[in-house]
Design a protein around this ligand. Structure first.
Ligand code: ATP
Ligand code: MG
Length: 380
């Protein structure tokens, strides 16, 4: 069927063998949980940072359960005055998931706010974390600055590392495929797990981060050269952009300000076009689109020496990006024509997620000995 994804489309991406598997999983289930905030359409930073890994893991057949969460309530923590934006992007994120090849037969896609157990878990975990510990979280710090919150940080936003720990542990996730900006969140989550287990007994599962295959994908910069491509910074190439828009964005990309004439020697480090080539190009792209170079190293050497213009490398990058963007666009269009099917996927997924998280909450309440009406002795 047109909407299903041939596995061969993805298997070419390198598998991150160093990171995986980190633990001995033979006695425990292998479970994936990750998600995205519905604050806009998903972009190519999401693709290299997390989506491509998710699809590879999903298709590996190696996992017992897979959950992908559309984090609407987390998005509301810094968009409280713009709830319409969040609501309207729930469907858009779901379409992006399906477009990249997330398969609802293999993975459960759900909406965070439809899973009430997550909020109760968050409440119990908050008692295990200090304000100063959250204040030290480098991602929270950076985001507070980026959003100009300074002295007016919404409490919900401040606490989002704790609610993220609830999201992960509610599913007993062992693998969390995310970009590098999420590393401090995973660390915070592991601390909460250890603290909970030491106070109440072994209950929660410690998750591992699962990072992308190569370092250039850890935190893809924006087309403006800023440290991170981010929906909130407006410096994105979206997976749903049409070919003309993608081309315009690539041609306007930040390169090396000291490389003025084609003949000038250029810098590759900090040059966004080369960072993108590090993230997206593969040797076969050279044979296909730029046969005068064998690989990226040769292209970089020529740029450093001088005599290679920005337009040429940008046109090459554009061709490389279209090799994966065009099939994503086509699949997105076919799902867009069936919004009711996407609705059904989200409804069924949210029900399943609520059931699973509810079971974990029951285990947590049992460990905390606040499951009063399961055991009369607790109230004696
Ligand atoms: P917002 O600006 O609303 O925070 P965002 O663009 O940062 O949006 P998120 O929904 O916060 O996107 O992130 C979803 C996932 O994508 C996370 O795993 C995050 O690590 C990853 N990710 C986001 N941006 C990038 C990027 N530029 N490079 C690599 N991974 C990224
Ligand atoms: Mg973010």
């Amino acid at each position: 069927m047109e909407r299903s994804v041939p596995v061969s489309f993805f298997v070419k991406w390198p598998v991150n063998t160093k990171e995986y598997p980190k633990k001995e999983y033979q006695f425990m289930k292998k479970i994936i949980l990750t998600g995205d905030r519905p604050t806009g359409h998903l972009h190519v930073g999401h693709y290299v940072g997390s989506l491509q890994n998710r699809v590879m893991l999903q298709n590996s057949g190696d996992f017992d359960e897979i959950y992908f969460m559309i984090a609407d309530s987390q998005a509301l923590t810094d968009n409280a005055e713009n709830p319409e934006k969040v609501r309207q992007n729930v469907l858009q994120v779901a379409l992006d998931y399906l477009a990249v090849g997330i398969d609802p037969e293999k993975a459960t896609i759900f909406i965070q706010s439809m899973v009430p157990a997550l909020y109760e878990l968050t409440a119990y975990y908050m008692d295990l974390v200090t304000v100063s510990r959250v204040q030290r979280n480098p991602t929270v710090k950076a985001e507070i600055q980026q959003k100009n919150f300074e002295n007016s940080v919404p409490l919900g936003f401040f606490c989002y590392p704790v609610s993220q720990a609830a999201d992960i542990t509610a599913f007993h996730a062992t693998h969390v495929p995310v970009g590098e900006d999420q590393e401090p969140m995973l660390e915070q989550c592991r601390e909460i797990v250890r603290k909970f287990n030491s106070v109440y007994g072994e209950t929660l599962t410690e998750p591992d981060i699962y990072l992308p295959p190569n370092k250039a994908c850890y935190r893809l910069p924006g087309i403006d050269g800023k440290a991170k491509m981010s929906k909130s910074l407006g410096n994105c190439i979206y997976l749903s952009d049409d070919a003309e828009d993608v081309k315009k964005k690539i041609m306007s990309m930040y390169t090396d300000p000291t490389h003025i004439q084609v003949s000038d020697p250029g810098h590759v480090e900090g040059n966004t076009v080369f960072t993108y080539l590090d993230a997206f190009s593969r040797p076969e792209h050279f044979a296909q689109f730029l046969p005068e170079y064998k690989n990226l190293d040769e292209l970089k050497d020529h740029y450093r020496r001088g005599g290679l213009g920005d337009v040429k490398i940008k046109k090459f990058l554009n061709k490389v990006m279209e090799t994966f963007l065009e099939p994503i666009r086509t699949r997105r269009r076919s799902w867009e024509a069936h919004p009711d099917d996407v609705y059904d996927i989200l409804e069924a997924g949210s029900k399943k997620a609520a059931q699973k998280a509810g079971e974990t909450l029951a285990e947590v309440r049992r460990s905390m000995r606040i499951n009063y009406f399961e055991d009369r002795s607790l109230l004696k």
